[in-house]
Design a protein around this ligand. Structure first.
Ligand SMILES: Cc1ncc(C[n+]2csc(CCOP(=O)(O)OP(=O)(O)O)c2C)c(N)n1
Ligand SMILES: [Mg+2]
Length: 372
């Protein structure tokens, strides 16, 4: 078997063969700034985690073009079912870094009220950014269910679900793909083949020739794209979105990219990622590739990089400062949002918990005897 040749648009020198990106100059620069903001967010979160200010983060370095290229193919009325490594999808559509920082701190302004892990964002506005699932692959059937509802209601909407190469070994992948194929629902499956599932290399994940080929078994097209080429990802995802909107059903896209950082802040990738392999992929850095494209179009000069990165970093740092200044969610909130009317036994248990917490001390101060 030969590997499917990935679709690519931007040549190594930044030129394209007359490709129309379907974005204005301002749109192209917005995509670029979004990638820089993802990098700044990564850098800040790594420092915050190392300083003990936040508990956890997920590096996105290397995946930015896949995130931003795919997000750019969606309308804000569409739905995103992201993985935990998709910061750029939210930022591209206008989620403010501070909204994401509230989640990193699990503070009172976090949309999940501190009930999710850090990095497990969810937003209703400016785009439906579905709450991220920690268990791998469980969100694929959710996306298919949402897309089925869109179809039944006759809505002009599409769901895009993003997951990793490791995610293809989950039950959710197979049941989601199967039902999407049978029901022909408007969903786009975006497999980010970033080389690793924590320390498990992609070649140990599957015996098939890449991931796009798995589409065949479920009766849908499978496409492989260069995931470090923002315009190629945008093109391939746009085509899949158009098919979905036209009632032609789902598509599986495999974006070939590389995780240039660790799996998470708990990980040391130097223990298992060969240095030569990382160096090879650093040569294909998706941000540098897009810079060469912008430069070839007269939209970017090398001296712009530091200035624009500094602007992004200043915004992210201000966001971290603001989020750190917001207190934790009220203890009372742990009993809300499940029942419209809280049953009497839960009200009693809640009250007992609050009374105990008042007697024993305040967990937020870090020195109390909070028992939970
Ligand atoms: C069902 C399940 N099994 C195992 C884990 C532990 N786990 C967390 S992330 C991860 C790797 C997933 O790799 P991949 O899907 O390639 O995504 P990536 O992290 O590379 O973006 C694993 C095994 C989990 N969260 N859920
Ligand atoms: Mg992976």
């Amino acid at each position: 078997m030969t590997a499917t040749q990935p679709v690519s648009v931007i040549e190594p020198d930044g030129t394209t063969q007359g490709h129309d990106p379907g974005l204005s100059d301002e749109g192209l620069l917005h995509a670029y700034r979004t990638m820089l903001t993802v990098r700044a967010f990564d850098d800040t979160c790594m420092k915050l985690q190392r300083a003990g200010r936040i508990g956890f983060s997920i590096p996105n370095k290397g995946i930015e073009a896949t995130q931003v290229g795919a997000a750019s193919a969606l309308r804000r009325t569409d739905w995103l079912f992201p993985s935990y490594r998709d910061f750029g999808m939210a930022l591209y559509h206008g989620v403010e870094p501070v909204e994401m920082m509230h989640n990193m701190y699990g503070n009172a302004r976090d949309t999940s009220k501190g009930r999710q892990m850090p990095v497990h964002f969810s937003f209703l506005d400016p785009i439906h950014f579905y709450s991220i699932s920690s268990p791998i692959g469980t969100h694929l059937p959710h996306a298919v269910g949402a897309a089925y509802a869109m179809k039944v209601r006759g809505e002009d909407k599409v769901a895009l679900v993003s997951f990793g190469d490791g995610g293809t070994s989950s039950l959710g992948f197979h049941s989601g793909m199967n039902f999407a194929g049978v029901w022909k629902v408007p969903v786009v499956f975006l497999c980010q083949n970033n080389g690793w599932a924590i320390s498990c290399p992609s070649e140990a994940q599957t015996a098939s020739d890449g991931y796009a080929v798995k589409a065949m078994a479920y009766g849908m097209p499978g496409v492989t794209v260069d995931g470090n080429d923002l315009l190629a990802v945008r093109q391939v995802v746009s085509e899949a979105v158009e098919r979905a909107r036209a009632g032609e059903g789902p598509t599986l896209i495999e974006a070939r990219t590389f995780r240039m950082g660790g799996h998470s802040t708990s990980d040391d990738p130097t223990r298992y990622v060969p240095a030569e392999l990382l160096a090879e992929w650093e040569e294909r850095d998706p941000v540098a590739r897009f810079e060469r494209y912008l430069e070839a179009r007269g939209l970017w000069k090398p001296e712009d990089r530091d200035r624009l990165y500094a602007e992004a970093a200043a915004k992210v740092n201000a966001a971290a400062k603001e989020a750190e200044g917001v207190g934790p969610p009220a203890l009372e909130s742990i009993f809300t949002d499940v029942y419209a009317d809280v049953p009497a036994h839960l009200r009693r248990q809640g009250q007992a918990t609050f009374d105990l917490a008042r007697r024993k001390g305040d967990a937020a101060a870090g020195d109390g005897e909070f028992p939970l």
